[in-house]
Design a protein around this ligand. Structure first.
Ligand code: ADP
Length: 532
């Protein structure tokens, strides 16, 4: 009778759902899951902190349309993912988090790292669930993957009791669930589409706003056709930059405030009227602005502004519907209109102001100068990760995107610290799909600090290992403290003495330990690590 461990079952069930990438920090009780995942062909990346691992997994979801997995230990490990789960869910990005939890027979007894994880995860996820048995794991994993990508995408949490991991099941009793197909495509009601087109036809000052929902749904080809065919001015939200290239003549990003303030009709393609778009309300918008809202999520319709037309459906499919309608009654918004004149004037003005700042010679440099030089050098087809308040905001205006899904930033939740995790994920995805593509991460000091230790993950080869000879002491010297690198007992003694003698400066002593070194032999088997 062939048997399978819980860990192998989880890995095989994930593989059956076409999961390619897993990020995490392993330990009790889920180390075996990472090992089994690698054996099943899933790429596992060991990170320094669960939060960054969760950011990385969520970026995989955005970039590929299939969720990445974040694998974490119980209690504190799980808790560190809350920021990552919330960030993914707020961004409408698919993500699966798998958290080990205490053994079932120790629950409520004060078990090691015990925490009510399923309940805690509920606030941050579309689904928070614990399989009732090993046999239930494949169906639960399929449901989580499906839930994460169907409807409005988001995050899902699966709780795995520690004792499940090494429990064995009879292979023949396991039924894998077939890979869940990509989401079914929904289209908008026909009457809503023609209503939308007649509103656009009567608009005097129309504006197309492209959001990251459009980038996620891979609607770029149809949206580019729509822009070319209609001649409408468009404005991308930060992460929608590149759906239509930023250097397209209809891009009015350099006149953003003016465009928002004076538009009489706004076509909202996969963007929410939240803080990023100033809620769609005065004083940033006209009181009487007519919004044509296109979204996959019915509950989103009418948030803050009652739409003049609601096109409920997949952006790519609905854009195609609009194109078909336009082919019946051709509409080309005139490029010599007063509206275009006003927008162009404002854009010229704003671009001049940025140019002046960029060419300033003063030192230290200002943000504009830095971005000006970076822009000259980076390839057009690169993924730009950007965070930090000024770094991100000014970078958005100064660094153009020419391709979709190539800008990753603090997003809807305004989360700082996402950058290095995003960059790690983007580099992995690029390596497998478009190896020539470079990833460039531009970080403000403060944003870098949140997950700065992930530079170690970035440098690790193979990616599951930490660097045994990493010079951590140099981190202390970088900030003005004293660093010691210690190999021998004498060096250790000297470093400890010197550190204690210096009452002003903090010290970091980096001690090399034999990688084979273990604890002393334990008398009782329950004191060994695996029995903790
Ligand atoms: P931004 O931050 O760029 O303004 P948001 O994250 O606020 O964008 O909005 C993205 C919107 O896109 C969400 O309301 C989400 O429901 C929607 N969305 C996601 N995927 C699709 C899709 N395939 N079709 C239509 N709408 C989608």
């Amino acid at each position: 009778m062939e048997e399978l461990s819980g860990a192998q079952l989880i890995a095989e069930a994930l593989r059956a759902q076409n999961i390619e990438y897993m990020f995490g920090v392993v330990g009790i009780p889920i180390t075996e899951v990472a090992v089994a995942a690698q054996a099943a062909g899933i790429k596992y990346i060991g990170m320094r902190n669960e939060q960054a691992a969760c950011y990385a997994a969520s970026a995989v979801g955005y970039l590929t349309g299939r969720p990445g997995v974040c694998l974490v230990v119980s209690g504190p490990g799980f808790l560190h993912t809350l920021g990552g789960m919330a960030n993914a869910n707020m961004n409408c990005w698919p993500l699966i988090v798998i958290g080990g939890s205490s053994d079932r027979n120790q629950e409520t007894m004060g078990a090691f790292q015990e925490f009510p994880q399923v309940e805690a995860a509920r606030l941050y996820n579309k689904l928070s669930v614990r399989p009732s048995s090993l046999e239930a794991i494949p169906a639960v994993i399929e449901k989580a993957v499906r839930t994460s990508i169907y409807g409005r995408p988001g995050s899902c949490y699966i709780d795995i009791p520690g004792d499940f991991v090494n429990l064995q099941v009879n292979k023949s009793s396991v039924k894998y669930v077939e890979c869940c197909p990509p989401p079914p495509i929904s289209t908008a009601e026909h009457s809503a589409v023609s209503e939308a087109v007649s509103i656009i036809a009567h608009a005097k000052q129309p504006l197309l706003i492209i959001g990251k929902g459009a980038a996620y749904s891979r609607a770029e080809n149809n949206i580019r056709k729509l822009v070319d065919l209609s001649g409408l001015p468009f404005l991308p939200t930060p992460m929608a930059k590149g759906v239509v290239p930023d250097n397209h003549p209809n891009c009015v990003a350099a006149a953003r405030s003016t465009a928002l303030l004076h538009a009489d009709v706004i076509i909202l393609l996969g963007a929410r009227l939240n803080w990023i778009l100033h809620f769609g309300l005065p004083p940033r918008f006209r009181q009487d602005v007519k919004v044509i809202q296109i979204d996959i999520c019915a509950e989103e319709m009418g948030n803050n502004v009652r739409p003049a037309a609601m096109l409920l459906g997949d952006i790519n499919a609905v854009t195609k519907q609009l194109l078909e309608e336009f082919s019946k009654r051709p509409l080309k918004y005139p490029s010599n209109s007063e509206w275009w004149k006003k927008l162009r004037e404002k854009m010229l003005n704003n671009e001049e102001r940025s140019k002046d700042l960029a060419l300033q010679k003063s030192l230290p440099m200002n943000y504009y100068t830095v971005f000006h030089h970076i822009r000259e050098l980076v390839p057009k087809d690169c993924i730009l990760v950007s965070e930090g308040a000024n770094t991100m905001d000014i970078g958005r205006t100064m660094l153009p995107n020419y391709h979709p899904r190539q800008r990753l930033d603090a997003g809807t939740f305004g989360t700082m610290g996402v950058g290095l995790g995003f960059a790690i994920a983007a580099a992995l995805v690029a390596k497998d799909r478009t190896p020539e593509k470079r990833v460039i991460c531009i970080e403000g000091d403060s944003a870098f600090g949140f997950s700065g230790m992930e530079v170690e993950t970035i440098c690790s080869v193979p990616p599951v290992s930490l660097l045994p000879n990493a010079h951590y002491e140099e981190i202390m010297s970088a900030f003005g403290g004293k660093g010691y690198f210690v190999n021998t007992p004498e060096e250790l003694q000297n470093a400890v003495k010197a550190s204690l003698a210096d009452k002003q400066t903090p010290s970091l002593i980096n001690v090399m330990i034999d990688p084979q070194s273990e604890r002393k032999k334990q008398e009782f088997p329950w004191l060994t690590r695996s029995n903790l």
